[in-house]
Design a protein around this ligand. Structure first.
Ligand code: HEM
Ligand code: HEM
Length: 179
């Protein structure tokens, strides 16, 4: 049976993670440029929601392996299909790299990652200030690369949905395209 849209769990995770990740990126950039009293509260929320994002992407990979995504329509040229596939792999890589580098960065700074004031994650690295500096920079570089990728991704999705109207956006929205 050919699936015409992504599985409902994949769609719910895609849109809720899109909201979460965009909020994390904007909040992260605002946070590092502010010394206001809310800085520390935002930082705590940033770390906890970042761990939520890590759990969500793990769930997403499992669901993806279980339910094959719908293929792109034949009207999409083969090279463009390859580029789309590569861009999805890079988006997944960034979804893992951001929370993992945040977690490791905190460990290298000698701080445990406490999730919503409830429990602490295990420390994966010994304290090492040079490594902390590198991971802190890495977290920022990946964030900018991620923003660039997301902009291209949204541009491509809107191009398919508004200009080509070939059903690709509907695959993620869940409306069945007309036969
Ligand atoms: C999807 C997950 C995440 C995203 C998209 C994200 C995004 C960002 C961004 C955009 C910045 C600002 C970077 C800069 O301009 O240098 C930032 C900073 C930071 N993030 Fe994340 N982050 C995520 C997960 C995490 C996690 C899981 C942790 C820790 C457990 C974490 C800890 C931090 C810390 C400590 C800073 C620096 C704050 C400061 O120096 O004031 N992040 N993050
Ligand atoms: C933080 C933001 C976002 C991230 C990280 C993200 C990530 C992804 C990933 C990884 C896929 C591939 C899914 C898979 O095959 O498992 C995907 C597919 C898709 N996304 Fe996003 N997305 C984001 C935001 C958006 C937005 C805002 C739109 C719409 C304007 C959108 C539209 C789509 C569409 C239409 C597909 C299906 C493409 C296809 O079937 O080849 N995404 N997204």
């Amino acid at each position: 049976m050919s699936t015409r849209s992504y599985h409902v769990a994949a769609r719910v995770l895609h849109w809720s993670m899109a909201l979460l990740i965009l909020s994390m990126l904007f909040a992260g950039l605002a946070m590092v440029q502010s010394l206001e009293p809310w800085h520390l509260t935002l930082l705590q929320l940033h770390k906890s929601f970042g761990v939520v994002a890590l759990v969500a992407v793990l769930a997403r990979v499992i669901i993806r392996a279980r339910f094959t995504p719908p293929p792109l329509p034949n009207s999409v040229p083969p090279l463009q299909k390859k580029v789309a596939k590569l861009s999805h792999i890079l988006l997944y890589a960034a979804m893992f790299a951001m929370p993992i580098s945040g977690w490791l960065m905190q460990n290298a700074a000698g701080r445990p990652v406490v999730v919503f004031d409830m429990f602490a994650l295990p420390s994966l690295l010994p304290q090492n200030l040079a490594l902390y500096g590198f991971l802190r920079e890495f977290h920022g570089w990946v964030a900018w690369a991620f923003i660039a990728l997301i902009l291209v991704h949204i541009g491509a999705a809107l191009h398919h949905g508004l200009i080509k109207r070939d059903g690709v956006l509907q695959q993620m929205l869940g409306n069945k395209p007309k036969d």
